[in-house]
Design a protein. Structure first.
Length: 408
């Protein structure tokens, strides 16, 4: 039956049948996945997705991947080229999308819309980012290398935006360090208890890689407190002046973010299989979740990374839901102040947000993060036998993207 949703006709329910990922490894030459090119990392994920779902890749109409730094090995429409490298049929189309750190949420949303409108029965979405091989900013976008150009376009680096968020909401260094410590502790517990069920072991020349590497189980509040501010120099170079010109009520920008309460750069890939109800019947598999809806929203561009808060609020309003109606949230830890802002403005109980830690502890492979968070949420909904969850991530310049999921 057709359903009218915000002026658009949808003809099918959208189901997520599987969500898998690699481990998240350090974005360094000694990181566990560094020896692989991005397509080499994705190949075993394609193979596993097909094998464990009895999926003939020829049934898949398209692969949509998020990737932020589309440069070097990640350039040239990696969605299409990685599928070909994995041996999937030439009939499978490819689309690579870029909305900074929300890219793979947008990839999943686009895939879901294609299923919902009847354009496809089976589609794969996800993301990849090999930050040890293709470093952040190596694509040399002018908005990040030319301060005057950046000012004219209201496009600042993420850390500067995070410090503005902290200043505007009154988040102290201690508040932000507490968020980071909690993320480390929760991630440590989740890893020890084997909660990350979506990880697929990846064979590398150095051995099998099957565990996230960025978690710091030995982190303490004292160690966090000793770390220096990471973005004061960016502020002095012009970011503070631009922000204070717009927010004249602020006396100064408080630089509270450090390497310890900021997202950890890493390498990872993730894939999600979406389809309609008929796909599951034809393959003899059951869906793990239903994709209820997706949305995007944008707020203050100079805060850069507050979009995950803006879009979560927008999604709840659009669906006439309260925060209390959602069982679990996976909210992008786009620097610790964003988590503090989430708590303050959305009134979400901390016990249902990022219960297995977030990207501060686990690592943030930018183009893949949203798809990884989606798999983590689905696994946790099943582990706790809960119903509804929201995944939300910030893009840049205040943008954000989110998904509402129901456990099947």
């Amino acid at each position: 039956m057709r359903k009218l949703c915000r002026g658009r006709w949808f003809v099918k329910d959208v189901f997520i049948y599987d969500a898998i990922r690699s481990a998240r490894t350090r974005a360094k030459a000694n990181g566990g996945l560094h020896s692989l090119t991005p397509p080499e990392l994705l190949k075993p994920l394609y193979q596993t997705l097909a094998q464990r779902n009895q999926l003939d890749p020829a049934l898949v109409s398209e692969v949509i991947l998020g990737c932020v730094t589309q440069h070097g090995e990640q350039a040239g429409n990696i969605a299409k080229t990685s599928a070909l490298f994995a041996g999937w049929p030439e009939s499978v189309s490819g689309l690579t999308v870029h909305r900074f750190c929300s890219s793979s949420i947008d990839a999943i949303a686009l895939a879901g819309l294609k299923v919902a409108t009847g354009q496809t029965q089976a589609i794969v979405a996800g993301g990849v980012e090999m930050m040890s091989r293709v470093p952040m900013l190596s694509d040399e976008a002018r908005v990040f290398s030319d301060p005057a150009y950046a000012v004219r376009h209201q496009m600042l680096l993420m850390g500067s935006g995070a410090d503005l968020i902290a200043t505007r909401i009154g988040a102290s260094r201690e508040d932000c360090d507490a968020v980071a410590l909690q993320s480390q502790q929760r991630a440590t517990r989740a890893q020890q208890e084997g909660r990350f069920q979506s990880i697929i072991p990846i064979e590398t020349p150095g051995g099998l890689i099957s565990e996230d590497e960025c978690i710091r189980a030995d982190m303490t509040a004292e160690r966090l407190a000793r770390l220096p501010a990471a973005f004061a120099e960016l502020g002095a170079a012009g970011a503070d002046q631009l922000q204070l010109a717009k927010f004249s009520e602020l006396g100064a920008i408080e630089h509270v973010h450090t390497m310890g309460n900021s997202p950890a750069m890493c390498d990872a890939g993730a894939l999600v299989l979406l389809g309609d109800a008929a796909l599951g019947k034809s393959l003899g598999i059951s869906p793990k979740a239903r994709l209820v809806t997706s949305t995007t929203a944008s707020g203050e561009p100079l805060e850069v990374v507050s979009g995950c808060v803006t879009v979560t609020e927008a999604l709840l309003a659009d669906q006439s839901l309260r925060a209390q109606d959602i069982d679990l949230f996976e909210i992008h830890e786009a620097f610790a102040a964003t988590v503090v802002k989430t708590r303050q403005e959305l009134g979400i109980d901390d016990s249902c947000v990022n219960v297995n830690g977030g990207v501060i502890a686990l690592g943030h492979p930018m183009g893949a993060t949203g798809a990884i968070m989606t798999g983590t949420l689905i696994d946790e909904l099943h582990r706790q036998q809960l119903s509804k969850g929201i995944v939300a991530a910030s893009g840049a310049a205040g943008s954000g993207s989110a998904l509402l999921l129901e456990r099947c």
